[in-house]
Design a protein. Structure first.
Length: 325
């Protein structure tokens, strides 16, 4: 089967189109014919060797796919051959076929197409649990969402409103992206490529600061976001897209009882029951029209290197999908 693989860490050019064997499912494993696979910033970090955990080589990226069940292992009970499904996995999604445990497979809800379905799991779970589980969002609180026109950002803007946020402040790098965030429900728009954007955030809160901030850039953006936190404010870090690590003096948080919290999806996904419950809730929002999934770009599988270049150059909006077929 065709797949995208890298044998060394580096830039987008290390992503190679290769032919590899189709895996055979055993036990509780499910083999899926992939119709759509989603691209995440974690894939670029994996490729660069900068991911939170070590990435083994050679490696086929891809953590979420949608498609049709081709084969199942002898102990699988939840799905059967021919089922339309969406699934998550540790790796292997950038391929014509993907193998995963049946606990990570969910039947595709009626009304969702393959591209929409593949766009939801990783970023939907992330947005949901960053806001609700780690961020402890309360009614009428103010939320600051960076990269609000990205996959997590667009879902987080909508979910924050659904969970009762009083005000959502969205940042992005262009007017087009900011208008998209506004369309999803953002109240205040801030271009974070402009000097002094943190002052705009503080002004929008009458100088009080935000109760919850979602940050995934690192470096200077992290430090400025910290300045925007209110008393009892929480800053949840879920990425380091800039590649610049940040340092913090813990005692600096004491004056306003602030918190800096790290979010990493894989440990949460080990709780299969919680993962399934959350995804079914998100799918319900989508199929009911209460949550809009923005698939911004669709590319053939073989253009994965181009897609990574576009993403890291901030030239994409919403979710980016690769199609093997």
């Amino acid at each position: 089967m065709r797949a995208i693989q890298f044998n060394e860490y580096g830039g987008p050019e290390v992503l190679k189109n290769v032919e590899i064997d189709v895996p055979s499912p055993k036990g509780k494993e499910v083999l899926i014919q992939v119709y759509a696979t989603a691209v995440n910033y974690a894939d670029t970090a994996r490729r660069e060797g900068q991911y939170v955990v070590k990435t083994p080589l050679p490696y086929v990226p891809g953590a979420e796919v949608s498609g049709v069940v081709m084969e199942v292992g002898e102990d699988v009970t939840r799905v059967t051959k021919g089922d339309r499904v969406v699934a998550m996995m540790d790796s292997g999604g950038y391929a014509e076929c993907a193998l995963t445990d049946e606990r990570s497979v969910i039947p595709l809800p009626y009304g969702l197409d393959f591209n929409e379905a593949a766009a939801i799991p990783v970023q939907g779970l992330s947005a949901y649990h960053i806001l609700k589980t780690l961020g402890r969002l309360q009614q009428n609180e103010t939320v600051l969402i960076h990269a609000a026109a990205g996959g997590v950002g667009l879902l987080a803007v909508q979910l924050a409103k659904r969970f009762g946020a009083g005000k959502v402040i969205a940042t992005a790098s262009t007017t087009e992206k900011l208008l998209l965030a506004e369309e999803m429900g953002a109240d205040i728009l801030v271009n974070y490529t402009q000097d002094g954007w943190e002052e705009q955030v503080l002004a929008a809160t009458d100088g009080l600061g935000v109760d919850l901030a979602l940050e995934m850039a690192g470096g200077d953006v992290f430090y400025k976001t910290l300045k925007c936190l209110a008393t009892f404010g929480r800053l949840v870090i879920y990425g380091v897209a800039s590649g610049e690590q940040s340092r913090i003096y813990p005692s600096s948080l004491m004056a306003k009882n602030q918190s800096v919290i790290g979010f990493f999806l894989p440990p949460l996904m080990r709780d299969a029951e919680l993962t399934q419950k959350t995804l079914l809730e998100i799918f319900h929002y989508v199929t009911n029209g209460d949550l809009k999934v923005t698939v911004g770009h669709v590319f053939p599988l073989e253009e994965a290197a181009k897609v990574h270049t576009l993403m890291q150059g901030r030239q994409t909006v919403g979710k980016v999908i690769l199609q093997p077929l």
